[in-house]
Design a binder for this molecule. Structure first.
Ligand code: MLT
Length: 210
């Protein structure tokens, strides 16, 4: 656990020279260790930057405040997304890494979507696992062909299918190259998420840095 930058975080330098770093963004109640095993399965040897969300809800870390499940405090989403974007820039300088690709789950996927829309140059791409639209009125972003994979669950009790599809449209309209798939799963992650994400990373060659 590192505490010297603006977020408590974990950094793994990786073992593959030139591999694209991953920004790991955990779900509600997670921490900086949560997504490391997943990242090792999908992109072994890549550097990993994994911050812990600063908002605490009933003792559970998150990346922004919500008013109820699926109802966000959008002012806080905005503030926290910009704060996270600044942390990524700080960490890039500190660790000497290129722009990372976000790997976010649930609340972590939602803050990643907010960072894409508010600070498009901070991320080189994103894998959004069980993501929703972070803003009722999204800002007009320019995403310059940023590759984005969205994996939704057909039986997800938290995220309506139309909401996930709207997120895909918003990111596409902003210029991202979006691959949105709806799996026969719920909100939890499954082995098929791992398989698809690994193949997507390989086919987009986004595992390699510049
Ligand atoms: C959120 O609050 O970001 C979403 O409702 C997902 C969750 O964390 O449960």
């Amino acid at each position: 656990m590192e505490t010297h930058l603006s977020f408590v975080h974990r950094f793994e330098p990786g073992t593959q020279p030139g591999a694209r770093p991953l920004l790991l963004l955990h779900g509600t109640g997670g921490n900086e260790d949560d997504l490391v095993p997943l990242a090792e399965m999908i992109a072994a040897g890549s550097p990993m930057l994994s911050p812990r969300g600063k908002v605490i809800e009933n003792g559970m870390p998150r990346f922004f405040r919500r008013l109820a499940e699926g109802v966000f405090d959008e002012e806080d989403v905005r503030r926290r997304a910009l704060e996270l974007a600044r942390f990524v820039e700080e960490a890039r300088t500190n660790y000497g890494i290129p722009a990372p690709l976000a790997l976010g789950y649930s609340n972590g996927a939602n803050i990643a979507a907010a960072v894409l829309l508010l600070s498009p140059s901070v991320l080189s791409g994103a894998v959004l696992l069980r993501a929703m639209v972070p803003f009722a009125h999204p800002p007009h972003a320019k995403l310059q062909k940023t590759p984005v994979l969205i994996l939704s669950g057909a039986a997800d009790p938290i995220i309506p299918a139309a909401n996930a599809s709207r997120l895909a449209s918003i990111l596409k309209d902003a210029g991202a190259v979006v691959d949105h798939r709806t799996l026969r799963v719920g909100h939890e992650l499954s082995p098929i998420d791992v398989k698809i994400t690994r193949a997507w990373l390989e086919s987009h060659a986004v595992a390699q840095g510049p």
